[in-house]
Design a protein around this ligand. Structure first.
Ligand code: SF4
Length: 177
């Protein structure tokens, strides 16, 4: 009798695990413990990552712990696409860099979650160099002068890889009216 009861409990636990896994998948979450989050309804810990070398700060939607790594995850809810935007990749690489500076552990990749696809983007030396080149170029251009936004496109700002550090970003469509 006890053996049948144990099997019954095991099957129920398996079913619950599968159900929870499917819900997380539907919500765009992947496996691994979520250690930080920027999503309001997840009241865990608000955080901002900061690097003083490049005066870069940012906040991925969440960071999950996989084995010994901290993986930044950025969730894009509005688009269905076949491949990630270059600006989104650059933004994610900035988060990988910030995670590395914060935890002193190199994340081998970051994740971009779109409504129907998840992309794992490797945080390679080349991707890191491209990020640093872009940051240095921006700093050079901005040095000693104030550069004003030259458009009124909310969409452009939403997709921009520098929205976290830009003080001229359009925060909502309402702010344009
Ligand atoms: S976030 Fe800033 S840099 Fe990016 S498109 Fe908007 S105004 Fe330009």
């Amino acid at each position: 009798m006890l053996i049948w009861f144990s099997i019954f409990i095991f099957i129920i636990a398996l079913g619950l695990y599968y159900f929870a896994h499917q819900i997380l998948k539907q919500k765009g979450f992947s496996e691994g413990e979520i250690v930080f989050t920027d999503i309001d309804k997840w009241e865990k810990k608000k955080f901002t990552l900061y690097d003083k070398n490049y005066q870069l700060c940012g906040r991925p939607d969440y960071i999950r712990k996989m084995d010994d790594e901290f993986i930044p995850v950025e969730v894009k809810t509005t688009e269905r696409i076949n491949k990630p935007h270059a600006a989104h990749i650059l933004q994610l690489m900035a988060y990988c860099y910030l995670v590395e500076q914060t935890f002193s552990i190199h994340p081998t990749y970051g994740e971009l979650h779109y409504p129907d696809k998840i992309f794992q983007i490797p945080f390679t030396t080349e991707n890191q160099q491209e990020l640093i080149d872009t940051l240095q170029m921006m700093r050079r251009r901005l040095k000693g002068r104030s550069v004003n936004r030259e458009h009124n496109s909310f969409k452009k700002c939403t997709h921009c890889g520098f929205r976290d550090i830009c003080d001229q970003k359009i925060k909502s469509i309402k702010s344009l009216h």
